[in-house]
Each structure stands twice: as C-alpha cells, then as structure tokens.
Design a protein around this ligand. Sequence first.
Ligand code: NAP
Length: 303
Amino acid sequence: MLDLIIIGGGPAGLTAAIYAGRSRLETLLIEKLAVGGRILMSETIENYPGFPGGVSTQELMGRMEAQVKELGVKIVSDEVLDLDCHKKTVKVTNEIYQARAVIIASGARPRKLNIPGEEKYTGRGVSYCATCDGPFFKEKKVVIVGGGNAVAEEAIYLSRFASSVSVIHRRQDLRAAAILQEKMQENKKINFILSSVVTGIKGLQKVEAVTIKDVASGKEKDFNCDGVFIYIGYEPETTFLKGKLGMDEAGFMVTDENMATSAEGVFACGDCRKKGLYQVINACADGAVAADSAYKFIAAKGK
Ligand code: NAP
C-alpha cells in the first residue's frame, strides 16, 4: 500500500508532492492532462515572488516537476474516475491504487458561456487558452470575454498577434487588478465593449462574428471577428467526488485550515477548494499544508 496519493499535478499537487517526498512518504501523483496544470494556459506569471519581470509558466512548472521527480515521487498520467474515501482507493482507467491518505488537488476547468455556437466553433475560432491558440490569430480581429485578471493578462498577450483585441464585459467596471487595467489602457490594440454580453457565435466553417447584446437597451448587433477567447472564471474539477465529500453549491471542496475535508485522511488543496483568493502562490501554500496534514495523519495512525 502507498502512503499517499495526490490527485492533480498543478502548483498545489506538485507542492504537496515536494513536501511529501521530503517527508519520505511513498507517494503517487496522478495527473490527467499536462503536469503543471491550468496555469500553463497563461504564458507568464508576474506575481509569483522571486521573479522580477515575471517568469514563464512552462519554466516555473517544469522546475516544480523536476523537484518532485528528484525526490522519487512517481507521477502517472491517467484520469481519476472514483475515490473511496473510507478505503482510500483511487480508481483510474485500468487500475485501482490504495494509500493511507489522499490529497485532492484537482484544480478547476474554464467556465463556458453556454451560448449557441460556442461548442460548434471550439477549436475553430473559439478558445479558452490564449497561450495555446493566440499565435493562430496573427493580424486577425479577436474578442475576449470577461472582466477579471485572466482577461486582462490574456488580452495583453493576444495583442502581440492580433490586429485588434476587443474586451467584452457584462458590467461597466472590470475586476482585474489595477496594474493590469493600466497596462490594457496603454495598449493601442485593446478596446472595450462594456455592459455587453455575447449571446451567440456565428460563422460558416469557422468563427466570423459574435452577437453582442447591450445590457441596458437589450439591443443586439453582430460584431465581425475571427476569434473568441472566453475567460469568465473557472469551475472546480470535483464532479467525480460529488456526494462523497463536503462541497459548496458550486462544487468547491470545503476544508478546514489544515486542508482536511469531511472524510478522515482525505485532504484538498488549491483551486478545487473553497477560498477567497485563487493564485499560484496560495495554491502552493495549500499544497504544503495538505502534505504536512497527511504526514501527521499517517504518523498518528502508524504504518
Ligand atoms: P474571475 O476573476 O472569476 O472573473 C471572471 C469574469 O468573468 C468576471 O469579470 C465576471 O463578471 C465574468 N463572468 C462570469 N460569468 C460570466 C458570464 N456567464 N458571462 C459573462 N461574463 C461572465 O475569473 P478569472 O479572471 O478567470 O480568474 C480566475 C481566478 O484566477 C481569479 O481568482 C483570479 O484573480 C485568478 N487569476 C489571477 C491572476 C493574477 O493574479 N495575475 C491571473 C489570472 C487569474 P463580473 O465581474 O460581472 O462578475
């Protein structure tokens, strides 16, 4: 039997793995996509301490992964289908693993607008990842939907390629950090369509326009564009845990300050957890606390 299974290989899961490895817990980390997590959907991170001018997310996450491997923690690429909180068994595609403790660091996935055309044109002009798809929009006209930090950072990134970037936000004020709003205002390629929502995405083979509704008047008009980037927040990757562990109505895991969930020996950390601030820095901090709690739990139970 393993000591610890960590579900998810983003900043929270990788940090938990570093702490677990240093405590010499026999640990398995399971990641269904790329090790590094959702932060890899951004090109750089500017507010991770120690990197004036920012650091490439590939580099930062690559370093965390190397640190995990150096400690002998095994990483497997697979999707977790089920967790038995009592037996601490984790079912993946063709295997069932068992451990003394489990840490859930499953992160979050991009929220969808759920409007006509969104699904049809995903990969044909609709994208949730500017870093992945931005370079395909050289000298093209793109729109980006949302008003948070992600929109601000990605609008600036997209302006490197696109001929224009129109930020469409449902309110008059953006919620992005002031420093990012300043950078957007200074950028000549970025313009704003405020108090407006996108109600549909149109085209033939690929995106050709979005329908925009003015919130105040209710009037709709088509706006020609080649790309639609959607950054309206995230939903926790916790569907496989529904009914098994305490969560809020949106599916974020409820934990105490030690990252303990409602099940003994099962901990949760990072973006899948209900908290007030979603940043790489506190995802890492969550991961450290979760690993420490798991270590103490295992030590108290005895092997
Ligand atoms: P966010 O901060 O939750 O903002 C989502 C934005 O989308 C909000 O402006 C919201 O509008 C809008 N929105 C939500 N649902 C919508 C809908 N159905 N239709 C139209 N608009 C909708 O999400 P985020 O920017 O993706 O960031 C997620 C988390 O990561 C946040 O905690 C953020 O601070 C963090 N993050 C931090 C950084 C950084 O620090 N550099 C970078 C990226 C992300 P309202 O404003 O009206 O609610």
